[in-house]
Design a protein around this ligand. Sequence first.
Ligand code: HEC
Length: 287
Amino acid sequence: MAVHRQHGRLLALVFTMAGLVLLLVVPTAMAYPGGTPDFQTDVAPYCAACHSSTAEEDLAGLGERAKSELATNKHFAQIRAGAGKYGELSVEDRARLIGLLSAVDRNSTITLEYPPQVAPGETFQVTVKVTGGAGPSVGVGLVDRSHRFFARPASALGWEVVGAPTIIGAKGPQSEWISRRPEREGRNITFVNVDGVSSSAEEDRWSRAKIIFTLKAPDSIGDLPLVGVYFYGTETSTRLSTRMHPDYGAQPLGGTLGKSGRVKFSERAVISIREPEVQQPVAEIAP
Ligand code: HEC
């Protein structure tokens, strides 16, 4: 018994070590610079713990934590201080890098196009347009509110996704990412990755993508919010903060555990769910 247990512990230790080594050696096979190649499902933005925010309101009610999550404090402060790999850059280059990465943030936008009013149970389209993002991919989702820690997938409010979202990247429609979710599981999810994204902060060149979600409104009358969430990286948009890995390609200088990712929200849409008004025929007034 005791020997068995010892053996078990030893094995567990060996596996833990192996796991750690794997994590350290092949980070990109499973991790997030590069997006989420393996997770084809709804996402809530709390998952992006390493990412930074660009607006304090996105962490409303969280006091000091909200400030510490801002890119300027969480990401740029590390660059300014020359922490970790950022120490490889001169003070001037670090200042230049912060300027370039700020340009990525300014040019990375997310907007929603939606009908202001739909009928109960009606099927309609919502188009999410994004710009920027360093690449090689960006993530886009529909949620119920613009809050890093409290947002839920939009489906939690009763917005039902109908069919696979249409993902339109720089070179037109793409389905490779969404096809990794087996058809029998239903591809009607609220989150997608767009591949083939490539922005350059040096050249002031910004990628564009568009995702069309078909949604079905709930059956009950009311006003429901809908918000787009945007996950993007910043550092691989400039050579200053890009390091080539022989197997995994362009990697952010700050590394897999770095704070160079972002979470950004669209404006909050409110869609009114109402029975369409029946047009009353205008009575003719006799002269
Ligand atoms: C361990 C830290 C970490 C966590 C946790 C994390 N990310 Fe990231 N993510 C990063 C980093 C670092 C980058 C930025 C790469 C860059 O700056 O170019 C990034 C970038 C991205 C990108 C853009 C791809 C790219 O390479 O620029 C997407 C999409 C993304 N993350 C989605 C997610 C989602 C969804 C989650 C939660 C499931 C998540 N991330 C959790 C670290 C993380």
